[in-house]
Ligand binder design. Structure first.
Ligand code: ZN
Length: 244
């Protein structure tokens, strides 16, 4: 089992956020990097982000945005801004990077962890945002550690004998590994929705027996300027300022 793992998710073609997170991860010197999907969609730099993920990540899942851009799920699943951004991404995505995304699936098992983009109930579309969602996710899995993305909200839920414990996991939240089964969402690198605009990621230290939720500053205005240059929807750029 890898001793130290960094987990990222929902990059959404935000290269400045990804660069900042990778620099922070490199400073920590982890053994492996896992990505829970949505490499592209919404953001302005899909090619650069996909190339970096292909180079750096040892496990990568496919998210719903990746699958829509590939034409593997109905683009009618998206409306409005998400659909406009997906159409733009489909146009600009280079064939060899498209090929890489095409190899990905939305679930994986690695070491003592089960990984899903959405949830164990529906790895592509289901959001784990409620106690019921967390309960269903524990019921559908058996690994000590269950990792999900998709909601863009950093989350830590423990399946204690007394019931489910936990909730949103802001910067610096530390979780003990091994005491209870855990459901963790690292939050989103490229489009956080939990009120903290900084890029989110998760550090798992199996040796020390703990996981730590991290946030990393990045130049939000540079990503916003690139989105406006490319004619991506203004509301997608604006929301990056407040992480909502
Ligand atoms: Zn996403």
């Amino acid at each position: 089992m890898a001793n130290r793992v960094a987990v990222i998710s929902d990059i959404h073609a935000n290269l400045h956020a990804l660069d900042a997170v990778l620099a922070a991860i490199d400073e920590e010197g982890v053994d492996e990097l896992w990505c829970l999907g949505d490499v592209v969609g919404y953001g302005p730099r899909p090619n650069e982000c996909t190339a970096l993920v292909r180079e750096r990540v040892s496990v990568c899942l496919a998210g719903n945005h990746d699958l829509v851009v590939l034409g593997k799920i109905e683009s009618a699943a998206f409306v409005g801004e998400a659909a406009a951004a997906a159409r733009w991404t489909t146009r600009v995505l280079e064939p060899e990077l498209r090929q890489f995304l095409d190899t990905l699936v939305s679930r994986a098992e690695v070491d003592d962890a089960q990984l899903y983009h959405g949830s164990p109930v529906d790895p592509v579309w289901d959001y784990v945002l409620s106690e019921r969602g967390a309960r269903n996710s524990f019921a559908a899995t058996s690994a000590p550690l269950v990792l999900v993305g998709h909601s863009h909200v950093a989350l830590a839920i423990a399946d204690e004998t007394t019931g489910l414990q936990g909730g949103q996991a802001p910067d610096g939240t530390e979780i003990e590994l091994g005491a209870a089964r855990l459901l963790l969402n690292p939050g989103s690198v490229g489009q956080p929705r939990d009120g903290d605009p900084r890029a989110a990621w998760l550090e798992i230290d199996n040796g020390a027996g703990r996981a730590r939720f991290r946030r990393t500053d990045y130049p939000v205005e540079q990503t916003q300027a690139e989105m406006r240059e490319r004619g991506l929807p203004e509301s997608l750029a604006a929301r990056l300022s407040h992480g909502g």
